[in-house]
Design a protein. Structure first.
Length: 115
């Protein structure tokens, strides 16, 4: 039944062939995460769409989603606040630009403040 996930096949034309097997174009491979010294991260603050509340954004991460989630978990733990890590960026609650930049630089990333 796992092969019959209809959400992955939205927009696919129906086939009347009873032996038809849908093959996804996604091969499942993700980009390998470069070393921290090869990553150039930008730490900036954002207020748009958040009712005036400030969040710290870390942008520019390249690599696997698991590595992004692990880095986000580490930053949230060291800052003592909440946040998310998805779509190639990490969101940390509050204005923690200086702290996040120092943590990332101590971990070996090339991080700088954006604004």
């Amino acid at each position: 039944m796992a092969d019959n996930d209809w959400k992955k096949r939205l927009g696919v034309v129906f086939s009347t062939n009873p032996d038809f097997q849908y093959v996804s174009e996604d091969d499942g491979t993700q980009e390998e995460t470069p070393a921290p010294s090869a990553q150039k991260l930008i730490v900036r603050i954002d207020r748009s769409g958040r009712a005036g509340k400030q969040v710290t954004l870390v942008e520019g991460f390249r690599g696997r989603e698991e590595d992004l989630a692990e880095l986000g978990r580490t930053l949230k733990m060291k800052c003592g606040v909440g946040g998310t890590a998805k779509d190639g960026q990490i969101t940390i609650q509050g204005d923690k630009r200086d702290l996040v930049t120092n943590i990332l630089n101590s971990m070996g990333y090339k991080a700088r403040r954006g604004n």
